[in-house]
Design a protein around this ligand. Structure first.
Ligand code: PEP
Ligand code: MG
Length: 325
């Protein structure tokens, strides 16, 4: 198995019937790139930039951020890098940013909601400028977290366009092919994906949050973990709607939640037609090895049965096991 994986490091991810899927890695800091490259990732599908803020005693400066983004873009040598703008709040606190105490932080003031408020405006613009300046060093894609409404996406995109125009006016070089997309991790955005798909460049499905919000089950709470069900047909149908909506507008759809590297979910997601799978680097080679053995037409049949015939998560799991045998 070691020898097979060694060979797979340099290979693209191709199924038994010759279809390509992109296997990407999730990272938290530029230091993670060693693992990313040692495991043959084809891209960085999620760079969680909040660690830049959490590991710093005060707001990271524009130059601090520029250097981190540049290091990741250069380290990936032209391969795509999806950078997520700050996802602060919820469970991720900053000692130097005074956020109000909340009863339900996961349903509260977090991520893009902070970026679009007066408290976060300066932080957000600084981050966008750092990203835009770094864009000339590789293949940058920018992604906004926790988008619930189109109005939020439009507001974030407008700030992005403003900062971009300012830099261009100052004579700063900025790449002209930066894709700007969103995470789909709030059910409202998943349901309305057909509308979002007309305006965004891509989707990345954040199943860690999407599952907790759809099932109304805290992703950290053991008492309700039995309800945290990636294979529930309701979740699969939401994912399918997101993927189909992206494709209808000629856009791509990826996934950067834990589910993307889950060996039971992967055959279903292939069948649904997900384009990019972003996971912890250590899951990439085993997933590439699994995909090599699978036929997409059969996986489409599997996914259709899971979506249409199964009532429960247990039935979906049994169905996948049946196909595995
Ligand atoms: C997710 O919600 O699936 C996700 C990838 O983001 P995070 O785990 O950082 O909330
Ligand atoms: Mg999330």
């Amino acid at each position: 198995q070691k020898a097979e994986w060694e060979k797979l490091k340099l290979a693209k991810t191709v199924t038994a019937d010759g279809k390509h899927f992109e296997l990407a890695a999730n990272i938290g800091t530029p230091k993670d790139l060693t693992g990313v490259n040692n495991n043959g990732a084809e891209a960085v599908g999620l760079y969680r930039t909040e660690f830049l803020y959490m590991d710093s005693p005060d707001f990271p400066t524009e130059d601090d951020q520029y250097n981190a983004y540049k290091a990741v873009l250069e380290g990936m040598d032209g391969k795509p890098v999806v950078v997520r703008t700050m996802d602060i709040g919820g469970d991720k606190e900053l000692p130097y940013l005074k956020l109000p105490h909340e009863m339900n932080p996961f349903l509260g003031y977090r991520a893009l909601r902070i970026s679009l408020s007066s408290l976060g405006d300066d932080m957000f613009r600084t981050q966008l400028r750092a990203l835009l300046r770094a864009s000339v060093h590789g293949n940058l894609r920018i992604m906004f977290p926790m988008v619930a409404t189109l109005k939020e996406f439009r507001a974030a995109k407008a700030l992005y366009n403003e900062e971009k125009q300012k830099l261009v006016d100052e004579g700063v070089a900025v790449a002209d092919d930066i894709q700007v997309g969103i995470m789909i991790e709030i059910p409202a955005a998943a349901v309305l994906a057909d509308k979002f798909a007309k305006e965004v460049d891509f989707f990345s499905i954040g199943t860690n949050d999407l599952i907790q919000y759809t099932m109304a089950a805290d992703r950290m709470n053991e008492q309700v973990s039995y309800l945290y069900q990636p294979y529930n047909p309701s979740i699969l149908r939401l994912i399918k709607h997101v993927v189909d909506s992206a494709h209808a507008e000629g856009k791509w759809a990826g996934m950067c939640g834990e589910m993307a590297g889950d060996q039971t979910a992967v055959p279903l997601l292939m069948g649904i037609g997900l384009d990019e799978f972003s996971m912890s680097a250590t899951s990439i080679l085993k997933t590439r090895s699994l995909m090599k053995k699978l036929d997409t037409t059969k996986m489409q049949e599997l996914a259709n049965r899971a979506l249409n015939d199964c009532d429960t998560m247990e039935e979906v799991v049994a169905l996948v096991q049946e196909y595995a045998e």
